[in-house]
Ligand binder design. Structure first.
Ligand code: HEM
Length: 205
């Protein structure tokens, strides 16, 4: 007799947190991608500088909160994945003092490991589009990592590898259905806080 009972055969596997994060944020990603001006004809150097300044205002604020959070899952190397320092370097290369910039006041709550993972999913996933954006910015504005485009190529050749290790990390954290919902909610909140901030900074199409 087969060791599998019929009800086991008919039960679909529980969706992974990654699948839930992807499904839950897909619409928000598409909406934000369409409003970002990277591929717009209006993206000249002054606009790019304003855009990066707005990015810095968000990343600096959220990474500051992440560094203060008591809910970073054990084993996650937050320091190695900080992106505000690259933005700071870009701004300095473009003649902007990052210390004088406004920081985003409205951020997702980071009060559980699940919520932190949802936020990190968005910040890590955002590096995947960076390579396409970097090439475009290099061609149209003649900017490379040393003169204003380090952020868009933050992990360089290691982009795919870092994303894979993040996905492995994410799937190894045990999360029940309630925690998975919290992760998706935090990821959605990250997208909307970022979009609202960029909107307020008048850098969206
Ligand atoms: C014009 C701007 C953007 C472009 C062109 C873009 C493009 C992409 C591309 C090509 C991928 C990889 C898809 C794949 O390999 O399956 C991706 C994934 C992702 N992007 Fe973006 N992106 C942009 C902006 C953003 C922003 C601003 C965020 C968040 C702050 C973001 C968050 C993500 C996330 C979380 C993923 C991972 C999806 C997954 O595989 O689970 N993206 N993006």
């Amino acid at each position: 007799m087969s060791p599998c009972m019929p009800h086991e055969l008919n039960t679909p596997p529980a969706p992974s947190v990654l699948a839930e994060l992807r499904a839950g944020t897909h619409t928000l990603h598409v909406a934000l991608e369409q409003r970002l001006p990277f591929f717009s004809d209006s993206l000249d150097l002054p606009f790019y500088r304003r855009l990066l300044a707005a990015y810095f205002g968000f990343y600096q604020a959220i990474e500051h909160e992440l560094q203060r959070s008591a809910s970073i899952p054990p084993g996650f190397d937050l320091h190695a994945r900080l992106k505000a320092p690259a933005l700071e370097q870009d701004l300095q290369a473009l003649g902007i003092n990052p210390k004088a910039l406004a920081l985003c006041p409205m951020l997702p709550a980071l009060n559980s490991q699940a919520r932190v993972l949802g936020v990190l999913y968005v910040l890590e996933g955002a590096t995947l589009g960076g390579n396409v954006l970097r090439k475009h910015v290099a061609e149209h504005l003649a900017l490379e990592a040393h003169n204003g485009c380090a952020f868009l190529y933050i992990y360089g050749e290691a982009t795919g590898r870092n994303w894979k290790s993040f996905m492995d990390f994410l799937s190894a954290v045990p999360l029940d259905a309630q925690a998975r919902n919290a992760a998706v909610e935090a990821a959605c909140s990250t997208f909307s806080c970022f979009e609202q901030w960029l909107e307020r900074q008048e850098v969206l199409l």
